[in-house]
Design a protein around this ligand. Structure first.
Ligand SMILES: [Zn+2]
Length: 255
């Protein structure tokens, strides 16, 4: 009998107070829920079993909060001259496929993950990318997610590395850091020094030329027991005409 193990590669939607756009969750417990739902229907809390209604949450959050998939529409209005897909238009086939983890934990926060890092990482695990692979870039940045340095705690993909992976037929690339490109502060700093192409090279340069999605704020890539030989599922929430959607990214292992 096959045994299925699922590794959760997602961060919870939660707030720590330091984010530029924090997640706000307004929670109605069972007692409040009986009034929240029952009130507009003319029901009293006594009408619910043990005066206990449904627990409900109202939320205020950004489409890029927590683990999420970015759609080409986030990168720009067009890709290679054609209208860019919004998150609700992403083929679901892109979001389920053979996963491969590339370990780049030798890269320091703020550095570029180069094409050489990707090629060497693949050589180390003796794996050749194939169309439909979901490539997961392991930086270890997720270990800082509860801390205020989290947005700056990871390296970011160079445009060259991203483009090469896409050229192998890959449509989805994930990273376990705050962003797919380098930390915002680092990019702005270099841009102001006159470095050309310093701002969001993967999002805005590659992403407007070649169609692909990336997953940001992934977690637990180190908990996947092998670098390949597993499936990844990362279906985004179908937010109408949005540039991104929250997803519960997982690795699925069959033994
Ligand atoms: Zn994003």
């Amino acid at each position: 009998m096959t045994k299925t193990t699922i590794v959760d590669l997602s961060l919870p939607l939660e707030s720590f107070g330091w984010e530029p756009l924090p997640v706000k969750i307004f929670r109605y417990d069972h007692d409040e829920g009986s009034r929240y739902v029952g009130g507009p229907l003319g029901l009293s809390p006594d009408d619910f079993p043990n005066k206990s209604g449904p627990a409900i949450e109202e939320m205020e959050l950004h489409s890029h909060a927590g683990t999420h998939l970015d759609a080409p529409w986030h990168y720009g209005p067009t890709v290679a001259g054609k209208p860019a897909k919004t998150i609700d238009e992403i083929p679901l086939e892109w979001c389920y496929g053979d996963g491969v983890v590339i370990d780049v934990r030798h890269r320091k926060p703020g550095e570029y993950i180069t094409l050489d890092d990707i090629k060497k990482g693949l050589k180390k695990i003796n794996y050749q990318l194939k169309p439909g692979n979901i490539v997961l870039i392991e930086t270890g940045g997720d270990k800082r997610w509860k801390f205020s340095d989290y947005p700056d705690a990871s390296p970011g993909m160079s445009g060259e590395a991203t483009e090469w992976i896409i050229d192998q037929g890959v449509k989805v690339i994930g990273i376990d850091g705050f962003g797919f490109d380098r930390p915002f502060k680092k990019m702005a700093e270099d841009f102001k020094k006159g470095v050309k192409g310093a701002l969001w090279p993967s999002h805005h340069d590659v992403g407007r030329k070649k169609e692909y999605c990336h997953i940001e704020k992934m977690a637990n890539l180190d908990k996947i027991p092998k670098p390949f030989g597993f499936k990844v599922a990362c279906f985004p929430v179908k937010i109408s005409k949005a540039g991104a959607g929250w997803c519960r990214a997982v690795a699925i292992l069959e033994q």
